[in-house]
Design a protein around this ligand. Structure first.
Ligand SMILES: Nc1nc2c(c(=O)[nH]1)N[C@H]1C(S)=C(S)[C@@H](COP(=O)(O)O)O[C@H]1N2
Ligand SMILES: [Mo]
Length: 257
């Protein structure tokens, strides 16, 4: 816990030291060599310390009174594809979460299917590398329960989250947002597929109809607008091969807090 808190202070210190005004976007942060070198070092440190402290260490949880009156939306706030517009117009009745890849039972789950799983509610703090944090309340199905239903094959190693949005508009789809986590974090009790935020259905700006919450990791790991969960043994073949949209642009894969 001590390591965790002092790292957060260092991170915010590094951000303000680099000049908050210059850091309006995640990409600008990585272009700063000092900060990115520093992130590389602490990445190894936090990942190792989280593993040493045990895979199931919980992120701090807060009370209703701590919920931030304003929770910023960041990155995509409205996916601009026709497909997403159609799904939204119909209140996500036609939306399905596909679970594919190294599973014995591929799944296609509606929002009400997901809401029939046992749910967990947690009030946690979200930390974005751009230097802001917010406390919010999340309700969703623990990811591990969905993976249990899909029954992973023995070769499974990572869970990849494929999103509806292209954060960078490209002709070849290389700007698609995606993320990945390992199996230990996938079964962490606070790792949720969240469909409610602050007692309301998840708003579009925050990733409707479903987003990931991985509470011991930085904001960019919390993939919004989930369309498909793909279980893989490697992410080398996906886009830039580093396991996520921002990872392909220089961010660390683990992103521990
Ligand atoms: N699909 C998708 N997920 C995403 C992003 C995005 O642009 N697209 N931005 C990430 C970043 S950098 C952060 S800080 C959080 C922001 O979540 P919020 O909009 O609910 O604040 O979502 C993450 N997940
Ligand atoms: Mo972020």
């Amino acid at each position: 816990m001590k390591i965790e808190l002092s790292r957060r202070r260092l991170l915010l210190g590094a951000l303000s030291g680099a000049g908050a005004a210059l850091l309006s976007g995640c990409d600008q942060l990585t272009q700063n060599d000092t900060v990115s070198g520093w992130l590389n070092q602490t990445e190894r440190l936090t990942r190792a310390s989280q593993r040493l402290l045990g895979g199931q260490r919980l992120a701090p949880e807060f009370s209703e009174a701590d919920i931030s009156p304003l929770f910023r939306a960041n990155g995509t706030q409205m996916p601009d594809s026709d497909e997403y517009a159609r799904l939204l117009a119909n209140g996500f009745a036609d939306w399905r979460l596909r679970v594919t890849g190294l599973v014995q039972q591929p799944l296609s789950l509606s929002l009400s299917d997901l809401q029939r799983f046992p749910s967990r509610t947690q009030i946690t703090r979200h930390d974005c590398v751009e230097g802001w944090s917010a406390i919010g309340k999340w309700q969703g199905v623990p990811l591990g329960l969905v993976l249990d239903a899909a029954r992973l094959r023995p070769s499974a190693r990572y869970v990849v989250f494929l999103c509806a949005d292209e954060l960078e508009q490209t002709l070849d789809g290389s700007g698609r947002y995606y993320e990945s986590i390992d199996l230990q974090d996938a079964w962490h009790p606070q790792t949720l597929l969240a469909y409610r935020m602050n007692d309301q259905p998840l708003p579009v700006a925050h990733g409707a109809p479903l987003r990931l919450r991985v509470e011991r990791q930085l904001g960019y790991k919390h993939a919004k607008y989930l369309m498909e969960i793909k279980v893989v043994d490697s992410f080398a073949q996906l886009w830039g091969g580093r396991g996520g949209y921002w990872e392909d642009r220089g961010y660390e894969w683990y992103g521990g807090i």
